[in-house]
Write a protein that binds this ligand. Structure first.
Ligand code: NAP
Length: 491
């Protein structure tokens, strides 16, 4: 059952049992076999061609150019994990040879990372390709040697089914166990809860709302045998606007941020939702440039009705909070199209109203006007636990406040200087994660090759004869030997 419509708990038991059986074989595949599989998935996704793009356009309201870009990112990710497998160092093989003459004798100890087992992935609504069925969670879990069960996001079921069919073709082409990947659709939260709590499930990947991510984490913790849940949840991505930068460039920074706040109708987890500055003439210049740029952004459709309803509800709550004033477009949205919203509040009112720290998912930003730099820091620290935080400043600003960069690292997983947080580059050094509540485990990233580290655990072998060791730990590792013969031990 690689494509299935699941509603009942017994069916979920069967899916997870099949996933475990597939895992027991799939984990024995060598890096080259797994790399070929990931490359084949990328090929099959590309082979879906126009049909895939048209299907997703109809389901998500996302424009063609965005979908083409996201498809490219998804296939690049798959190929990046394939390259990682062929390079090999991700298993962190380490060897401590025996020292028999030592007292007491030192045993031979060798360590590497091994896959956890069946991983359940919850597709995200706002990334139908890159964080969904064959997105970063699935690609990294398959690379680790874990089998995968995807819970399709109901907002793009047909897209998810098409991608699942591409993965099924790749499984068949590569002669892998049929249930290495399975696709589950469900009605309501019972399906997700049952998947997380099924005894064969070894780990969970999720991108979405705080309430959803936290619920899955709690289901997992309540199991007789708890398992890790990597939930990537809400983030308000605070931006600190420093004085010298504003004096020099208020208008330019405002234009940059108007673009970032409204990119993709604000439906990115890195959307800058809080802008923090010191009340001043230069902040006023920034404010009026931001308002005029935002007022020129045309209304657009959000991903689905649920997201639109949540945006309307959450922005209304924020705008009705004591001290909050709408600066742009407050009443311009209708049932179909959304216009961006900019509001402002004093630092004191922000600090007094806990609900203003909540994410308003969509094209919304709150400008927090503080009395001085002390209040800026108080506001910034009060919203710690973010995917990103940005500082707009000149050399003079950083010389006057050298403590800010250090502070930023305690707030977020990605610290940006003089840039906008939207646009997450896929590379080995990227950290897309952050302290709770941005994620449930700040030690890991969901983007880049290190995302694989979520689905593995270390195992060491003590006094294991060479011929019984995994290849990566053998005295003469066949992969290393081949590289030496090829003349490049590092590739
Ligand atoms: P969501 O409501 O969190 O749902 C994502 C997935 O998790 C869905 O498959 C959903 O199941 C499942 N789920 C949610 N709560 C659950 C629970 N208590 N038990 C079991 N399964 C549960 O996210 P969404 O549908 O994508 O969007 C809703 C809101 O999430 C948005 O308005 C926005 O506020 C936020 N969001 C944030 C980000 C971000 O990156 N920060 C990204 C996307 C969305 P069902 O299929 O059964 O509904």
């Amino acid at each position: 059952m690689s494509l299935s419509s699941i509603t009942s708990l017994p069916e979920i038991d069967l899916v997870m049992e099949q996933s475990m059986q597939a895992f027991l074989d799939y984990k024995k595949t060598n890096p080259k076999e797994r790399a070929s599989f990931l490359e084949r998935i990328a090929f099959e996704i590309e082979a879906l061609g126009e049909e895939l793009i048209r299907t997703t356009q109809a389901e998500t309201n996302l424009p063609e150019a965005r979908l083409l870009g996201e498809r490219g990112r998804t296939t690049t990710q798959l190929r990046m994990f394939a390259a990682m497998l062929l390079e090999g160092s991700w298993v962190e093989a380490s060897i401590d040879h025996a020292i028999p003459e030592r007292v007491p004798a030192k045993p031979d100890i060798r360590k590497m990372l091994v896959p956890l087992g069946p991983v359940v992935v919850f597709g995200a609504s706002n990334f139908p390709y890159a964080y969904s069925t064959a997105g970063g969670d699935t690609a990294s879990a398959l690379a680790s040697g874990s089998s995968v069960v995807v819970k399709a996001h109901p907002a793009h079921i047909k897209t998810s089914e098409l991608i699942a069919s591409a993965i099924a073709k790749a499984i068949s082409f590569c002669n892998l166990p049929a249930h290495t990947f399975q696709h589950v659709e469900g009605n309501g939260f019972e399906t997700g809860k049952a998947l997380v709590q099924q005894s064969n499930t070894a780990a969970v990947g999720f991108t979405g709302s705080f309430s959803g991510g936290r619920a899955l984490y709690d289901y997992a913790a309540a199991r007789p045998r708890p398992i890790p849940v990597f939930s990537e949840m809400g983030s308000t991505n605070p931006v600190v606007l420093l004085q010298d930068a504003l004096e020099l460039n208020a208008e330019v920074i405002a234009t940059q941020y108007a673009g970032s706040i409204t990119l993709g109708v604000g439906q990115f987890c890195t959307n800058p939702g809080l802008l923090i500055g010191i009340k001043s003439a230069s902040l006023d210049r920034f404010k009026s440039s931001l308002i005029s740029a935002i007022n020129q952004v045309p209304a657009a459709k959000m991903l689905h009705q649920g997201i639109l309803t949540a945006y309307q509800k959450n922005s209304a709550i924020a705008l009705s909070t004591n001290g909050v004033h709408s600066l742009a477009n407050e009443n311009a949205s209708n049932e179909i199209n959304t216009t961006p919203i900019i509001a402002n509040v004093s630092g004191a009112d922000f600090l007094a109203n806990e609900n203003l720290k909540d994410e308003v998912f969509g094209p919304y930003a709150l400008l927090i006007e503080c009395a001085d730099i002390v209040e800026v820091k108080k506001v910034w620290n009060s919203v710690s636990g973010q995917l990103t935080t940005s500082i707009m400043g000149t050399d003079n600003d950083f010389a006057a406040h050298p403590e800010l960069i250090e502070m930023a690292t305690s707030i977020a997983g990605r610290v940006l200087l003089n840039g906008v947080p939207t646009g997450v580059d896929v590379c080995a050094s990227m950290v897309h994660g952050g302290p709770y509540p941005a994620t449930t485990d700040s030690r890991f990233t969901a983007v880049g090759i290190n995302a694989v580290k979520r689905w593995v655990r270390p195992v060491c072998y003590q006094n294991c004869p060479d011929h019984l060791l995994p290849d990566a730990l053998k005295e003469i590792n066949p992969l290393q030997l081949k590289r030496m013969i090829d003349g490049n031990p590092y590739q």
